[in-house]
Write a protein that binds this ligand. Sequence first.
Ligand SMILES: [Zn+2]
Ligand SMILES: [Zn+2]
Length: 460
Amino acid sequence: MPAKGRINRFFLRNALFPLAGLVLAVPTGPEPRADDGRTTPLKERTVLVQKRIAAEFDDLLTLYKHLHSHPELSLHEVQSAARMAKELKDLGFTVTEKVGGTGVVGVLKNGDGPTVLVRTDLDALPVTEATDLPYASKVRVRDANDNEVGVMHACGHDMHMTCFVGTARVLTALKNQWHGTLVFIAQPAEEVGMGAKAMLKDGLFTRFPRPDYALALHCDATRPYSTLGYTDGLALANVDSVDILVRGKGGHGAAPHTTIDPIVISARIVLDLQTLVSRETNPTDPAVVTVGSIHGGAKHNVIPSEVKMQLTVRSTKDAVRKHLLEGIQRIAKAAAEGAGAPEPVVTIDTEGFTPALLNDSKLAQKTASLFKEVIGEDKVQERPAVMGGEDFARYGKEGVPIFLFWLGTVAPDRVAEAARDEAKALPSLHSDQYHPIPGPSIKTGVLAMSMAVMNLMAKK
Ligand SMILES: [Zn+2]
Ligand SMILES: [Zn+2]
């Protein structure tokens, strides 16, 4: 008898709201319960989540501002990690700290069902904040080279943490809406490409339940708030860092014939490197070789004995990556040989390598179509891959279906203004001017992530 009543009610609701999700009406009557085995209609579940977000909102906004004004550099995320651990413990997660450095793993079991991993990163960047926000970071620290640097959440990882906490609160408050095991991880050192690797090496998938799915969101500095972006399949690139030490023979600037000038050799290398992408790589395969730093010499009239260069190398295919890395060594070596100089020292940073991020197509499509129903078809857009990197990719490389989606964070009028006027271009991620508009970003981020998780763990 109750079963029949439920079915009728279910059909009645769908008949009344044929465009489920486009209009969010607050359901009348008692709140639906799914612990009797019935699936709560999407629209009702959305309202339940929005109510929880409204209840938590002030506190989440305070948390966001606190995190924004207390950024920590990669591998030093001690306070941020402690805060994430405390938040998860307070919600009843079993929490393990210091996983792969400052990493935190929180596990919450809620009956049989799939295991879903939700990831936030923790780290900020060595950038001196130039916003005029009342909660702007004033933090300054000494970096690994003992230089004093400003520290800023210029990649929005503070927003990621806030949405992570918000999602954990929503899911624990609505435990009757889902079943299975949550694995919430706060990952260090994303910006240096080391955190995911370190957590995996420290047993993320062996000491803790291995996830059936892994989800993450990332702030988008080009997209209006209250919107989402996603990419089906390849979303972000292979990222390699390469150092080149060009060696010559120093001497007087007025007697170049008695020296081997490493500055001239370096200039040749910089130009020759441009042909790696333009002449040697298939134009349909995206690739980038950028010399981001070049340093040599100290004075007008002294030819130095060496020059140091730092490169970032991006690709999307393993074969292209291999060709670029070998090509850099070949070109550097040839330029030195041509000048009769000692062989340059080319160092590829294997520790900091970030593999290309491949969103699982099925998971991406399933979640993106949910997002369209929940926040509106016109507010969820597919976007092309970018040549940035994200070490969330590593969880996918371990065979777990992953999905990273983009959270719009910018005032819509600013996005429109930037489209009209080039001089009003939006600050990019990592800019000292970038900051998400917190209120709507938190609301959409928590709603999207909570709904995405429940979509995978809903009671059938
Ligand atoms: Zn970043
Ligand atoms: Zn980031």
